[in-house]
Design a protein around this ligand. Structure first.
Ligand SMILES: Cc1ncc(COP(=O)(O)O)c(C=O)c1O
Length: 432
């Protein structure tokens, strides 16, 4: 072409969670029965949408207004409702104009990074959630900047590392965290959140907190919302109905913006996000309209409590099974519905793989594992040998070898069977 039309950040767009699907389909055609453990979609894994939520959505289907465009920032009534919800938490006080809707947080994340000045970097956790890390890397044209979550300390962040990275890299304009975290499931205690906000305040940064899983905190754990600790520092919290109704197909998420009036540059940046959204007209109307009706229903708190307890029990079950396997580190998550397994030593990056009974699959796995990261080699072998489709940790901006599974299988027997098979397969691979 006369001009190079490829964006400088194009090479940074990686989403291993879905990339592995292509490989799984190839092996499926060769006879492997796939157990999808890669994507965080509760509905796909058999969780039924609660009947009372379906009834609310059905009633909206009969309302004419559900078929109209809504305001660019989102349905005014819903934004007012959500702003009130923030205010009753007792921390930052916001208004409807501090809420901005998107077609899912995927859309929010790409808009957020697309409109951030190229030189302004965001420091995120490692392991990283790929949508966020890829968007940051692509926006900057460099590898995503990260600070380590420590598996030997319950996947908690290293605050000193964050402090030093921020201090010595003045391109950092914001600190990102995910609470509860994907993929580790770690929960940030209130004091840790407050400390991160302090670091941001000291260095004149903003805080970006992904709270997708905020209502899936296991019973024994405590955390806080960003709004409760942000004080007068600029901040953005990201929320979504994808994982908690759960309605991932709604593509409906929003930003809560704190203190846009306290910093001119932050204010201009937030305005640019609204202006960008205006070019798209608005986000999908109907799911937004469902939010106040579902959130204010007397059954909602019980619904959330039940799901958090359910995932906590599933996490206990998985950790108990996997703890029997030497050579790996498994930490019980404090929330969300993922489990991250780390290999304690380096994995082989070549040599023979343990046997796979289907010869065609074995041949394909040998071929596709020729030049991949050692944990990806394990994940591909696991896929061929057992059908279990996980995501290698190397796809999450970390050097720790391992993989992520979900706790989403709704059939108790199947889920238990999958974790038992997984435990056996790890043992076989590590030759234990
Ligand atoms: C941490 C985190 N943020 C954002 C998203 C995207 O959510 P949405 O369905 O709202 O686009 C996900 C989805 O898995 C997620 O895990």
């Amino acid at each position: 072409m006369r001009r190079n039309i490829v964006h400088t950040g194009a090479g940074q767009l990686r989403y291993e969670i879905r990339e592995i699907v292509q490989t799984a389909h190839v092996l499926e055609k060769l006879g492997t029965r796939i157990i999808w453990e890669n994507i965080g979609d509760p509905i796909q894994k058999g969780e039924p949408m609660a009947d009372w939520i379906k009834e609310i959505i059905s009633s909206l289907v009969s309302e004419n207004f559900s078929y109209a465009y809504t305001a660019t920032a989102g349905d005014p009534e819903t934004r007012a409702y959500l702003a009130d919800m923030v205010n009753t938490r007792g921390g930052a006080q916001i208004g409807p104009d501090d809420i901005l809707f998107f077609n899912g947080l995927g859309d929010a994340v790409s808009t957020l990074f697309a409109h951030l000045r190229r030189e302004a970097r965001i420091l995120g956790p490692s392991p990283a959630y790929s949508s966020l890390s890829s968007a940051e890397a692509s926006h900057s044209g460099y590898e995503h900047l990260t600070s380590r979550l420590d598996p030997n300390n319950g996947w908690q962040p290293d605050l000193e590392d964050i402090r030093l990275k921020v201090k010595y890299n003045d391109s950092i304009a914001g600190i990102l965290l995910i609470n509860p975290d994907n993929p580790t499931g770690t929960i940030y205690p209130r004091s840790t959140l407050a400390e991160i906000v302090n670091i941001a305040r000291e260095h004149d940064l903003f805080v970006l907190c992904d709270e997708t899983y905020t209502n899936i905190v296991y019973p024994e754990n405590k955390t806080a919302s960003l709004s409760e600790v942000i004080g007068d520092t600029p901040g953005i919290a990201l929320r979504s109905i994808s994982k908690e109704f759960p309605w991932p197909g709604a593509r409906c998420g929003w930003m809560e913006v704190f203190n846009q009036d306290k910093d001119d540059v932050f204010n201009r940046y937030i305005t640019s996000l609204l202006e960008a959204k205006r070019l798209e007209v608005c986000s999908t109307t109907l799911p937004q309209m469902a939010i106040p009706r579902v959130f204010s229903d007397s059954r909602y708190p019980g619904h959330l409590k039940h799901r958090a307890a359910m995932f906590s029990k599933r996490a206990d079950e998985a950790v108990t099974i996997l703890s029997e396997v030497p050579g790996i580190t498994v930490v019980k998550p404090g929330g969300a519905f993922y489990l991250t397994v780390v290999f304690n030593s380096d994995l082989p990056d070549g040599g023979p793989l343990p046997p796979i009974s289907n010869a065609a699959v074995a041949e394909k796995v040998t071929e596709i594992t020729a030049n991949v990261a050692p944990d990806k080699r394990f994940v591909y072998w696991l896929l061929g040998a057992t059908g279990i489709c996980t995501v290698p940790l190397s796809g999450f901006c970390t050097e720790l070898p391992g993989f992520r599974v979900t706790l989403l299988e709704n059939d108790d027997e199947k889920r238990r069977g999958t974790f038992e098979t997984l435990a056996g397969a790890i043992g076989t691979y590590l030759n234990i």
